[in-house]
Each structure stands twice: as structure tokens, then as C-alpha cells.
Design a protein around this ligand. Structure first.
Ligand code: ZN
Length: 374
């Protein structure tokens, strides 16, 4: 699991003399275009772009083959490969994240970690507690990875079943003892969980397990945690890690879809009234070229071609043959969306890729749009 302190270390390291090549690469195997290691072709394009923008940089020329070699050994176990290579130090940071980030290659002093830092800041940390009458497990899910923290097991006397006649008289007492013990268990779980969850800085909480005990636990939660509770899920306490991750991801996706939809609705409202947003490739490119984009918004997986001027770094729509600034012929740009993302991120802006209902709403108007700086 990636944490802020990993990034701080990386940031510190990469401040050493010499430059760092930072790479974000879409390796998602659910996308057919990335299968059979075709992401390596995308990598070559990104590195060629970088080389073209820094033609005389010998250090870059030396680090590019190193990065290509490293990527050849990467297993695409997630959606985005994040890689930073500082040649002088001989240091490589490499991690395949389970979240999508815009692809791009960056060359400069210090690793370009803004997309990563932003993902750490924006993604919510989910706590999930799974309880039954005897056990409780606690896991957190962050950036698509699950981490198990605590497995509490408390002994509960078994509920008596099918008693023989001579045991009949003692049954109510045993049942009461069982119920008391379950409610003690739930109380213990509630206070222990609260203590741990405070330390873990969980943003949202899911309570799962047998319905009865889960609802009881929800009732006994301290107030400060009750506000974070988003869902009660029926799930066996023996659920596998994969199952926990999958169920949490469903809840998370639903919440994120709702937030994305709000972003797109606000954006389209601004576009309609001619306010601080633009939609459509050509208007968005203008805003990107002028450095006016606060947040670039596009359909997840969108691929557009266009052109770029190697001298002015200006990006143009596919129909334009010449740079609007210097008049020179533009070079064909196969991954225009990556270039737009990179330009926005490098100037301190944000990028949001939308799916689901937000994508449907955006698609009514355009495939790509931007909220402008105020
Ligand atoms: Zn130009």
C-alpha cells in the first residue's frame, strides 16, 4: 500500500543533483489496447515525445533505455504503473496502482508526483468492520488495496440448540447468557474499533457481517463514527480479502460516481451560461494552451489524435496543420489526451476521468471539457 511517507521519501531523494524521469502508464488489462504488453508501445510514444521536447539532453537519452528495460519486467497487476527513475542515484521507484491515472512521462529536477499525491489526497480511506456473534475483523481499503488490521475473536458461549427434555428448564437462562455475551462482544468491538479507526484516519465506514449483529454494532458506534457510516453489508465474517475488496469497491464506486456526476453537472451549467467552463476539443485545447484550465474533465478511456508544435508546445485539433503561434507545420500527436493532461498537471491543474452516469451526461455535450481557473 502506498502512503504519503513513501512519496515524501521519493520527493527528497529525487531532489539530488540530476533529473528524474517520472512515468505514469495505463497498463489496465481490461482495456484490449493494453493486452499482449502493447502498453510498451504506448510507453515508446511517451518517451519519444519527451525526447523530442528535450533533443539535446544526454542524460535523458541515457535514462530512456533504462526505463524501457524496467517496464519490460513489470507485471500489469493493476491499472496504472507509476515509475520514477533517477539515474545518478541509481534509484527506481516502481508501483502498479489499482486506480486509473492519466498517462504521461515527465523529465525534470525532482520526480513529478502531483498526480500521485492528488490521488492520495482525494481517494477516501474506507474502514470495513465485519462482525458476527463471535468474531470481528477490521480492514481498510485505500487506492484499491486492502489491508487487514485486527482480528478480534471473543469467546461467546454457544446458543443451545434442540435441547433434550431434561435441559429444557435451564435453556432460558443459557439463552440470556448468550445474548448478554453477544451484546458485550458488540460493545467491546465498538469501542476497540473506534480506537483503531481514529488512528487510521478513516474517511468512510462500512459495517458488514450477519445483519443482526451488524445493525447492533451500528447502533453502538460512537457519534463521531456514525457520521462516517455509509453502508451496512451482509457479508460472512469469513469473507476472503478479495471479497472484502470487491464489496468495498462497489460502495466506493457508487459514491464516486455520484460525486463525478455533480462535477459534470456543475461544469455543464457553467458552459450553458457561458461561465467558467468550456466544452469540446477545440475550446478545451485553447484553454489548455493558455494555461487557464483548473480541471480537465474527459471520458475515461478517451483517445484522440491531434497535433503539437515542438517549438511552442502548443496542442492543436486534428484538422489543424500549422501552429497558430509560429505558423510551422505541427507534428502528429497520437495521444492528444495524455498531452492535454500533462500540460494541465504541469501547470498545477487537476484532471478528472469520468465513467458511468457522469460520462453519459458529459457525452451529451462533448467528450472533453474543462473548468477554468477563476
Ligand atoms: Zn509553434
Amino acid at each position: 500500500m502506498i502512503r504519503h511517507r513513501d512519496i515524501e521519501q521519493l520527493q527528497e531523494l529525487s531532489q539530488a543533483p540530476g533529473k528524474t524521469l517520472t512515468l505514469y502508464l495505463d497498463v489496465d488489462q481490461t482495456n484490449a489496447a493494453n493486452r499482449r504488453r502493447q502498453f510498451e508501445t504506448h510507453l515508446k510514444d511517451l518517451l519519444r515525445q519527451l525526447r523530442a521536447a528535450n533533443p539535446d539532453d544526454e542524460e535523458l537519452a541515457a535514462v530512456i533505455p533504462e526505463v524501457e528495460e524496467i517496464v519490460k519486467r513489470v507485471e500489469p497487476t493493476g491499472r496504472t504503473l507509476v515509475l520514477a527513475r533517477h539515474r545518478g542515484l541509481g534509484v527506481t521507484f516502481r508501483k502498479v496502482l489499482r486506480i486509473p491515472l492519466p498517462s504521461g512521462a515527465y523529465w525534470g529536477v525532482g520526480a513529478f508526483l502531483r498526480p500521485l499525491v492528488e490521488a492520495l489526497d482525494e481517494h477516501e480511506r474506507f474502514g470495513i468492520v465485519i462482525v458476527d456473534q463471535k468474531r470481528a475483523r477490521l480492514a481498510t481499503v485505500f487506492l484499491g488495496e486492502v489491508e487487514e488490521h485486527r482480528d478480534l475473536i471473543s469467546a461467546v458461549p454457544p446458543r443451545p440448540d434442540a435441547p433434550t427434555s431434561d435441559k429444557l428448564r435451564s435453556q432460558p437462562r443459557m439463552e440470556r447468557r448468550h445474548d448478554e455475551s453477544v451484546s458485550n462482544h458488540v460493545r467491546m468491538v465498538a469501542s476497540e474499533m473506534a480506537r483503531i479507526l481514529d488512528q487510521l484516519e478513516v474517511d468512510r465506514l462500512i459495517i458488514a457481517g450477519s445483519v443482526e449483529v451488524a445493525s447492533e454494532l451500528a447502533r453502538q458506534l460512537p457519534k463521531r463514527l456514525r457520521g462516517k457510516l455509509v453502508e451496512l453489508l451482509p457479508l460472512p465474517v469469513t469473507a476472503s480479502t478479495e471479497e472484502i475488496l470487491a464489496r468495498t469497491a462497489e460502495v466506493q464506486a457508487r459514491l464516486e460516481r455520484a460525486e463525478e456526476l455533480q462535477v459534470v453537472r456543475d461544469l455543464l451549467k457553467e458552459v450553458r451560461k457561458g461561465g467558467r467552463a468550456v466544452a469540446g476539443l477545440s475550446a478545451t485545447l485553447d484553454a489548455v494552451n493558455q494555461g487557464r484550465v483548473w480541471k480537465l474533465v474527459y471520458l475515461h478511456g478517451l483517445k484522440l489524435e491531434g497535433g503539437s508544435c515542438a517549438d511552442c508546445q502548443v496542442l492543436v485539433p486534428p484538422a489543424d496543420q500549422r501552429c497558430p503561434l509560429c505558423g510551422k507545420a505541427v507534428a502528429r500527436e497520437e495521444h492528444l489526451v495524455d498531452r492535454m493532461s500533462r500540460a494541465v498537471l504541469e501547470r498545477g491543474g487537476h484532471v478528472e476521468m469520468v465513467d458511468g452516469p457522469a460520462a453519459e451526461a458529459l457525452r451529451q455535450v462533448a467528450e472533453v471539457a474543462a473548468i477554468l481557473r477563476s
